[in-house]
Ligand binder design. Structure first.
Ligand SMILES: Nc1ncnc2c1ncn2[C@@H]1O[C@H](COP(=O)(O)OP(=O)(O)O)[C@@H](O)[C@H]1O
Ligand SMILES: [Mg+2]
Length: 342
């Protein structure tokens, strides 16, 4: 296996006046070169923090991030600058991540100039490279002097993609890249990302709160809940045999084409454990329809239940033996497991 990225027991804690937020709390995974790892979970479960930590845009509290074998957490400034070109990020809202007072030309030229991608380049060389990138991401060359507000959301996201590609990266964190776009445009951007992956051999970490998006896109899926991984598996395994009660609830919330809402939609109780100094128990226990006394005894380890399929649940034993029994809970507020993102 050709591991491009390997993350070991990564933690990111934020100290706040109210206590310590355990935003990412002991996350491990690997991504093979040329593949896509989908990272799913509700808003606030730590997806963006994870994505930023592995690019060292923010400093992890603990853990290791190996990129082609180099630990980026201990990399010195010069080495990090070199690594940064290989590792890029695309954000959810292209409008807030680009300067509205710059033209398309200036926006795409900026990272090329800043990183001195074309040594001794003239303005014409840069413009030619920008035109080339515009073609690759599908922006009409006549828009080279347009400002972001003159473009629709899909084209603005294409600028974000062109900026990332301008550095010829190996790895891109896509942080909810289509969540802010109309559904019709979502598919176009997803197709573009996929084509680019095949053409350029890119490796992605694809973050989304929407499982139906990663189904289409990811080779492996990692489901997060309050800073921890609750289930991880090849996509088809996760969709066919979701084992963790949280994954089951997330999957049941997906709309079925021509049917709409799934009639077997699993409702969860609304009481969410706080990420601030969380207790040493299963973090999903308060919302779980299968909760037992045992669920309060420590954080469940992530066990491999079948080759490549990992689950962290006190009621799922080695070998995939499932002891989940639905517990009768009193009527309480029920909320959809997948509220719209902020
Ligand atoms: N700079 C920060 N200071 C304090 N808490 C933060 C900070 N950034 C994120 N958090 C908290 O960390 C948790 C994870 O946030 P985030 O990574 O943005 O989640 P997601 O991307 O899954 O929505 C949330 O509880 C959030 O409030
Ligand atoms: Mg986020």
């Amino acid at each position: 296996m050709d591991k491009l990225m390997e993350v070991r027991d990564l933690k990111k804690y934020f100290k706040t006046p109210r206590g310590t937020v355990h935003a990412v709390d002991g996350v491990s995974f690997t991504i093979e070169r040329g593949k896509t790892l989908g990272v799913v979970g509700e808003s606030g479960c730590g997806k963006s923090t994870l994505g930023r930590c592995i690019l060292r845009l923010i400093e992890p509290t603990e853990g290791e991030v190996l990129f082609e074998g180099t630990d980026i957490c201990s990399a010195k400034r010069r080495e990090l600058k070199k690594l940064r070109k290989d590792m890029q990020i695309i954000f959810q809202d292209p409008y807030s991540s680009i300067n509205p007072r710059r033209t398309v030309l200036e926006l795409i030229a900026e990272p090329i100039k800043f990183n001195n991608i074309i040594p001794n380049a003239t303005e014409t060389d840069i413009e030619n490279r920008v035109l080339e990138l515009m073609k690759i991401v599908g922006i009409d060359e006549r828009l080279i002097n347009a400002y972001p507000h003159e473009l629709d959301g899909g084209r603005r996201q294409r600028i974000g993609i062109a900026r990332a590609l301008s550095l010829q990266p190996k790895f891109i964190v896509c942080d909810e890249p289509v969540s802010a776009l109309d559904v019709s445009i979502q598919a176009q951007i997803l197709n573009l990302l996929r084509e680019l992956q095949h053409e350029m051999g890119l490796t992605y970490m694809f973050i989304t709160h929407d499982l139906s998006v990663v189904n289409y896109f990811a080779d492996d899926i990692m489901v997060m809940y309050l800073g921890q991984v609750v289930e991880k598996a090849p996509s088809e395994v996760l969709f066919e045999n979701p084992m963790h009660p949280y994954t089951q609830a997330l999957l049941s919330a997906i709309l079925i084409p021509e049917v709409g809402a799934n009639p077997h939609h699993i409702k969860l109780r609304g009481e969410v454990t706080s990420p601030i100094d969380p207790p040493d128990e299963c973090r999903f226990a308060k919302r779980c329809n299968y909760v037992t006394e045992g669920c309060r005894k420590g954080t469940p380890p992530l066990l491999e239940v079948s080759p490549g399929h990992f689950v962290a649940c006190h009621c799922i034993k080695p070998g995939g033996i499932n002891t989940l029994k639905e517990t009768v809970v009193e009527e309480s507020e029920e909320i959809c497991p997948c509220p719209p993102i902020e």
